[in-house]
Design a protein around this ligand. Structure first.
Ligand code: PA5
Length: 404
């Protein structure tokens, strides 16, 4: 279950009536989004993934679990961040189960790829390469290096069973490679953009390998869709605060397992809204660690931000005898004390998103909730929610320099 608290640590100069009055603007934004039919299939959860594909992915995941020690997922941006965020959130810190899941292709680090190739050289390996365009530099370069290493060890039939490609149905370099190898393929849905693809085959294959339930995540997403009030309120608040000069939103988590998920949250807002010199800069903290890095600034520095904190009510029972409390409640006391200190002493705003537990359903819920807020907020700002021309700019320049 996911609950929201927009009241306890709100801005003193924002009244609830103002937020409620915003509903009309958001209705209009939603209407425009649905009418435009641009990369919006993720809104129709049935179009994200069909029941047969769920079955197929679960079977493939079983196969992967039984046939490798290491499962390498190659992709960057929206092609991996959602899956990594959910897997890190829902699997143990110290893993004992096979296969080990390693995300690669999200940097140009020679050290990383060389060490990865050395590390997997004595292990059984299956890889999943994910790219909508099929041509993203980081993904393709790292894929080529790993593929070469695998070719030295496995024959063609074995390679066919050890490479899985998720890409466009009809075009792209990766599609050509998949056809040449004759390997298993998943389709990157045509009318869904990278960062909105977590709840499709893109995110679901790696998650299923980690033992995460696709159906529970979809159930959570459906609940978030039906329960429109929270994403309406949150979208309104963000827009109101932005217009009052709050240009930064800080996403605070108090469970370090959510750190990768904050990267996905930052991406969904930054790439969806940060254009035409507009948008709220999303940053994140992992607390209580970062209370000892950024905490001083947040309490007494420039007042340019508001905060959204994610609270988890119950993880595991660790009793602290000294206070006769469980560690979860001490963590929660820390979260509320920080929100109160920022609110009372700095007129700071903290929205709180409360999860009863870290589970598949709640992660599906959060993903859909943030996708809605990012999209509707983009319509309120008057920017194109579906593209990322700023990312394409750097991609073009790298290509130009490389081809000189
Ligand atoms: O959200 C997006 O569209 C981007 O972040 C992409 O996911 C990222 O650039 C990777 O692109 P591709 O999947 O084409 O390799």
């Amino acid at each position: 279950m996911v609950k929201f608290d927009f009241e306890n640590y709100k801005a003193q100069d924002v009244r609830m009536e103002e937020i409620i009055a915003y509903s009309n603007n958001i209705d209009r934004a939603k209407e425009a989004f649905l009418k435009e039919n641009k990369m919006n299939d993720w809104y129709d959860i049935d179009k994200c993934i069909a029941p047969e594909e769920v079955k197929d992915i679960n079977m493939t995941a079983d196969y992967i679990r039984s046939n490798c020690d290491v499962f390498v997922v190659l992709g960057i941006g929206g092609s991996y961040m959602g899956a990594k965020g959910v897997i890190d959130a829902l699997t143990p810190y110290f893993k004992t189960e096979n296969p080990e899941i390693i995300f690669a292709g999200n940097s140009l680090s020679s050290e990383f790829i060389q060490q990865l190739i050395d590390y997997i050289s004595t292990k059984e390996v299956i890889i999943n390469v994910i790219s909508k365009s099929g041509s993203t530099l980081e993904t393709i370069l790292m894929f080529n290096l790993i593929y070469r290493a695998l070719k030295n060890r496995y024959d063609d039939a074995e390679i066919q069973r050890r490479v899985i490609i998720t890409t466009d149905r009809d075009e792209g370099t990766l599609l050509e490679i998949a056809k040449r190898i004759g390997c298993k393929r998943y389709v990157f849905p045509e009318n869904i953009g990278g960062r909105f693809s977590t709840l499709t085959a893109v995110g679901f294959l790696p998650m299923a390998v980690a033992g995460i339930s696709i159906n529970s995540m979809l159930e959570g997403a459906r609940a978030a869709k039906e329960n429109s009030r929270p994403y309406y309120t949150y979208t309104a608040l963000r827009d109101i605060l932005y217009k009052k000069g709050k240009n930064v939103e800080i996403f605070n988590v108090y469970e370090p397992k959510l750190e990768s998920f904050t990267n996905w949250i930052k991406q969904i807002f930054a790439e969806t809204q940060g254009k035409n010199n507009k948008g709220i800069l999303p940053i994140s903290t992992v607390n209580t660690r970062d209370l000892h890095t950024l905490g001083q600034f947040l309490q007494e520095g420039t007042k340019m931000f508001f905060e959204t904190s994610i609270e988890i009510e119950k993880t595991v029972d660790v009793k602290i005898d000294r206070y006769d409390k469980y560690l979860d409640s001490i963590n929660s006391i820390a979260l509320h004390s920080v929100a109160q200190a920022h609110n009372e002493k700095n007129n700071g705003v903290t929205n709180i998103i409360q999860l009863d537990a870290l589970n598949d359903y709640n992660m599906g819920y959060l993903i859909f909730f943030f996708q809605m807020a990012a999209t509707l907020g983009a319509y309120l700002l008057g920017v194109d929610y579906s593209n990322q021309p700023g990312v394409d700019d750097y991609k073009d320049l790298i290509r130009e320099r490389l081809e000189k």
